[in-house]
Design a protein around this ligand. Structure first.
Ligand SMILES: [Zn+2]
Length: 344
């Protein structure tokens, strides 16, 4: 009996009990959290399902006695499930009923964001401008307005929005030079040579937007493109380099760079590499050396920030709106062009 009490007073026993209690409490709170989330989700689904089959008049009648907080949850839930029309309807109702101007402004912001997400850019723009009249020093609203002008291709207007953002000490270096690039590329009054020069100047200054700028340069002036290309950025424009016409190659630069030697050996333009550390290049080089030309590379673009994948490249990710976040991913595919030729 005595020995039991000695063991009971052993410090190791105390530590074990302490950790057991912590484990038990963590286990309970984890399951309680899961249970609460499940219950909340069930209640919200039940609440939302009440509104599914009602028309506009019935909807207004039903929501008369529902609190503002519940309606905000409802609007947000519709937004999350991409039911923009219903979300907009609820936000409009909330604005109508709201009597506190600061709260009404917040709901107007939520409505404007919903319009933006749903693609109603003009309506969203109108609301963001109304909000800015009442609250001009609002970086979040300015950021949305910038995106809208950009999507409407009103790049000069977008640049005007950059100014107040700079005054508010928001970091906009990349956005500013990106919009300048878009303004130059889309400027109908500029000659191609002028565009090339202006884009090179921007690139030399910021070393940003490599894909956007060099896609344009290689298309219109490959000689200038090769002169100004930072060879450490080749992977960022692998799609442009791989698709480049053979007549636009710079053999001197290619022969002096290991990555380019492998890339163009994989493409079949040169025979300057016998293998590559890039699996896809390596395979293509071996196939070409065996005179098998039925394989090539295809590209898709994955955002480093939100991880979405797209079939085309964009300077700004259409999902998370980050600049220069899309990176080309290569994969092997059948070369249909070669296949068609083989049938001739
Ligand atoms: Zn993204």
């Amino acid at each position: 009996m005595n020995s039991f009490f000695i063991e009971f007073r052993d410090p190791l026993f105390g530590i074990i009990i302490f950790f057991l209690i912590i484990f038990f409490i963590s286990f309970l709170s984890y399951w309680w959290g899961r249970f609460k989330r499940y219950e909340d989700h069930k209640k919200l689904s039940k609440f939302i399902s009440k509104f599914h089959s009602v028309n506009d008049e019935e909807f207004e009648e039903i929501t008369k006695n529902i609190s503002q907080k519940s309606l905000l949850i409802l609007a947000e839930a519709y937004l999350q499930s991409s039911e923009y029309k219903k979300s907009i309807q609820v936000y409009k109702l909330l604005i109508e009923r709201c009597t506190v101007s600061s709260v009404r402004l917040e709901i107007t912001f939520a409505l404007a964001k919903t319009y933006f997400k749903a693609g109603f850019l003009e309506r969203a723009k109108k609301l963001f401008l109304i909000i800015l009249k009442e609250s001009p020093r609002s970086p979040d609203v300015l950021k949305y307005l910038l995106l809208i002008y950009e999507q409407l291709k009103l790049y000069s207007k977008a640049l005007e929005v950059i100014e107040p953002l700079e005054e508010l000490k928001v970091e906009v270096t990349a956005q500013k030079s990106y919009i300048k690039c878009m303004l130059i590329i889309n400027d109908q009054t500029l000659e191609t040579a002028q565009k090339v020069k202006k884009l090179v100047d921007i690139y030399k200054k910021d070393k940003l937007h490599t894909h956007l700028i060099f896609e344009f340069l290689f298309l219109h002036d490959s000689s200038t493109a090769w002169q100004n290309l930072d060879l450490s950025k080749c992977e960022d424009i692998i799609d442009t380099l791989f698709m480049l016409d053979e007549s636009k190659l710079n053999s001197e630069i290619i022969s002096e760079n290991g990555y380019l030697r492998e890339l163009y050996s994989a493409k079949g333009y040169v025979e300057l590499a016998e293998k590559s550390s890039v699996f896809e290049f390596d395979l293509l080089i071996h196939l070409k050396r065996s005179n098998i030309k039925s394989a090539t590379l295809m590209f898709e673009y994955t955002c480093n920030e939100c991880k979405e994948s797209l079939a085309f490249s964009y300077g700004r990710c259409p999902y998370c709106h980050n600049i220069d976040s899309l990176k080309p991913q290569l994969y092997l595919t059948k070369d249909h062009f070669e296949k068609n030729l083989s049938f001739q």
